[in-house]
Structure formats: structure tokens, C-alpha cells
Design a protein around this ligand. Structure first.
Ligand code: ADP
Length: 370
């Protein structure tokens, strides 16, 4: 079964072709709509098709059994991957106010693909859907309730595809059924989020109404006192830009790439060390909070660029958690081993590579099977 996974952004299009669970080919078209790039999403998809044909992995889009689209925001309507029809397209469009940058770009991918490959089933896999199992007490903000009723202001959470994928993998590594497993999953990439997963379901997550909340990220602040945003605006600063693009690790030390920051920290750079300390402090905060929400956990799971590769961050984040049953083995951690917990660690500490494209392909196939 040939499935094409598409991640359609405003200026880039990433694609990956699978046969079942086997990856066949992947590529990206960058700078859409910019000088020297593809003119629009149609031209970008035509370039992708040409590259796939050239690679010998696909005769044409018509040969596809399905297309799986990453869609950022599914609001409260989409609680699982969904076969796309006109009503679904309209529903994704209606959610644009909640994801003004992402949903329009995702829709362009969907509508263009539908035009280029009529008759090929398309499935939307939402970043938010996995977290729709959160209870009201976890997703409501303590602000006037009308804002929830009238403007859908609540915690949604993102990175759902990744949290779902690593939770399944972690349960398999533990030799337990997902239904009986309690996990704290930590997706630490450029964006970062933590999730409390009970029996395969999200019960709490650190991102909120938008992906700005929660952990410290590359350029995003994560949790702050909201008065700070108000203060920025009063001072004539653009709070949106300050908090999304100029904060996080970058705001603290000028760099947002953890590899570079680690090098600086190792060389004794104070700002780099400070930034990593704040980053790790916030991770520890969420590990503790989610152990409490879950009533203990079988494992803490690190994933994505930083989680999979940075022994330094994992070590710092787990420091001092021995009293909660979390003990990291230094040698295993340094080797990026799949299980980095010490023998006497009550809670396992796992490093699980995420694969959001594979999860989208798997979910797409599942929707097709009905
Ligand atoms: P995205 O959210 O864009 O998918 P990734 O999951 O690829 O991002 O994560 C990117 C982050 O991972 C960057 O901060 C990068 O520095 C960090 N990273 C990648 N490899 C390493 C490594 N070997 N050691 C430390 N950090 C790493």
C-alpha cells in the first residue's frame, strides 16, 4: 500500500513516500512563493511528483493508495485521523482563527493534492487530536468561561502525533500493553512539549491554546506570567514576536541550537550554562507535575532532536529526581542507549526516536481500512 505523507507549510512542502511501513523516498520543496522557489503549492507538488517518478519509487500520484496530511489544528471537532471530504475541508477552514499560520498552508496542500490526484483518498492527521482525551479540569483555563464557549479558548496541545508514536514504542519496550502503561513523554525539538499519557491517552500536556506555552523552546518562552506580555505591549514592544521568536534559549543566550549551546556551556560560557539550566528546570517541573497527575509512571520518555541526542540535557533534566524513583545511568545516557535508567531506577528512562511521518502513514492506512 503506497501512502504519501505530506507536511504542507506556508513556504515549504515536505513529503515522504511509504509502502506500508517501509519508507521509499523523501524530499522537500523549500521557498514556495519566494524568488527562485516553486511559484505555489501546485508547482511544489508537481516538483515532488517529478522527484518521486525520477527516483523510480512511484509511477505517478495516481498510483497512490492514499495521501496522509499533517494538519496542525483540529479544534474540538477532530479527535482522530479523518478521511477528507468537502465537509472536513470546510471544518479545517473554520478552524483557521485557531491556527492562522498553519491551517491555511495545510489546506493548500490538501486542495492542491485533491486536484492533482482526483480519486486518491486523503486523510487528515491532526497535531491536536491526541490531546482531545484531556478532561475539562486539565484543558480549561481559569478565565471567564465565555471565552471558552464563544471563542474556543482552552488548552489544545500539539505534537500529538509524536507523543502517540513514542508512547506506543515505549510500551512495547517495557513489554507492557499500552492500556496499562503510564508515561511522561518529552518531545524536545525546536518546539518542545511534555505529555502525561495514561493507558495510551493524553491526560495533560504542556502546550496550550497555542504552541507557545509550557517548556522552554528554541525561540519560544514557554510558560510566563501573562502580565509580562501585557507589559511588553505597554512598552510598545511586539509581544507576539518577542515571545515566539526572540525568547526561549535564544532569548537567554543568543543561540537556539542546543548543539551549539552545549559546546559553549562545555567551554564555560555563563549565558549558555544559564540557558540550559532554565531549560532543564522547566523539564523537571513538568516531569514532577505529570508524575503527580498520573499517580506515578512506568517511564519517562525522551524524544525529538534534543531528547534523542543530548545526553547533557537528559542528565540535567533528571538530576535530583532520585527521590521520585528516577535514576539515570551515566554510561548508558552518554551512549544514547534506548533505556538509560540505572538498575535501581523505579521509573524507566527511555530514549525513543520519534517518527511523525511513519505515524501519519500508519494512521492513514488505519482510516482506509475503516
Ligand atoms: P524540529 O522541532 O524542527 O523537528 P528537531 O526535533 O530536529 O527539531 O530538534 C532540533 C534540535 O535538536 C536543535 O536544537 C538541535 O540543536 C538539537 N540536536 C540535534 N542533534 C543534536 C545533538 N547531537 N546533540 C544535541 N542537540 C541536538
Amino acid at each position: 500500500m503506497k501512502i504519501l505523507v505530506l507536511n504542507s507549510g506556508s513556504s515549504s512542502l515536505k513529503y515522504k513516500l511509504f509502502d506500508g511501513e517501509t519508507p521509499l523516498y523523501e524530499g522537500a520543496v523549500e521557498r514556495i512563493g519566494e524568488a527562485g522557489g516553486a511559484r505555489d503549492h501546485r508547482e511544489a507538488l508537481e516538483e515532488a511528483e517529478a522527484a518521486l517518478v525520477e527516483s523510480g519509487t512511484l509511477a505517478s500520484f495516481a498510483e497512490l493508495d492514499a495521501v496522509g496530511h499533517r494538519v496542525v489544528h483540529g479544534g474540538e471537532r477532530f479527535v482522530e485521523p479523518t478521511r477528507i471530504d468537502e465537509a472536513v475541508v470546510e471544518a479545517i477552514r473554520a478552524l483557521i482563527p485557531l491556527a492562522p499560520l498553519h491551517n491555511p498552508a495545510n489546506l493548500q496542500g490538501i486542495e492542491t493534492m485533491a486536484a492533482l490526484a482526483p480519486g486518491v483518498p486523503q486523510v487528515a492527521v491532526f497535531d491536536t487530536a491526541f490531546h482531545q482525551t484531556m478532561e475539562e479540569a486539565a484543558y480549561l483555563y481559569a478565565i471567564p468561561y465565555e471565552l471558552y464557549e464563544e471563542q474556543s479558548v482552552r488548552r489544545y496541545g500539539f505534537h500529538g502525533t509524536s507523543h502517540a508514536f513514542v508512547a506506543k514504542k515505549a510500551a512495547a519496550m517495557l513489554g507492557k500493553s499500552l492500556d496499562e502503561t503510564k508515561l511522561v513523554t518529552l518531545h524536545l525539538g525546536n518546539g518542545a512539549s511534555a505529555c502525561a499519557v495514561k493507558g495510551g491517552k493524553s491526560v495533560d500536556t504542556s502546550m496550550g491554546f497555542t504552541p507557545l506555552a509550557g517548556l522552554v523552546m528554541g525561540t519560544r518562552s514557554g510558560d510566563i506570567d501573562p502580565e509580562i506580555a501585557i507589559l511588553m505591549q505597554k512598552k510598545g514592544l511586539d509581544a507576539d514576536e518577542m515571545l515566539n521568536k526572540r525568547s526561549g534559549l535564544k532569548g537567554l543566550c543568543g543561540d537556539n541550537d542546543v548543539r551549539a549551546i552545549q559546546k559553549r556551556a562545555e567551554a564555560g560560557d555563563t549565558a549558555a550554562r544559564r540557558a540550559l539550566a532554565v531549560y532543564a528546570h522547566r523539564i523537571r517541573h513538568y516531569i514532577g507535575a505529570y508524575l503527580a497527575q498520573l499517580g506515578g509512571a512506568d517511564a519517562v520518555v525522551f524524544t525529538a532532536g534534543v531528547g534523542e541526542h543530548s545526553a547533557m540535557v537528559r542528565k540535567m533534566a533528571c538530576e535530583g529526581l532520585e527521590g521520585l524513583g528516577i535514576v539515570v545511568d551515566e554510561a548508558k545516557n552518554a551512549a544514547n542507549a534506548p533505556d538509560i535508567s540505572a538498575e535501581d531506577s523505579k521509573v524507566r528512562v527511555l530514549v525513543v526516536p520519534t517518527d511523525e511521518e511513519l505515524e501519519i502513514a500508519t494512521q492513514t492506512a488505519k482510516v482506509l481500512r475503516g
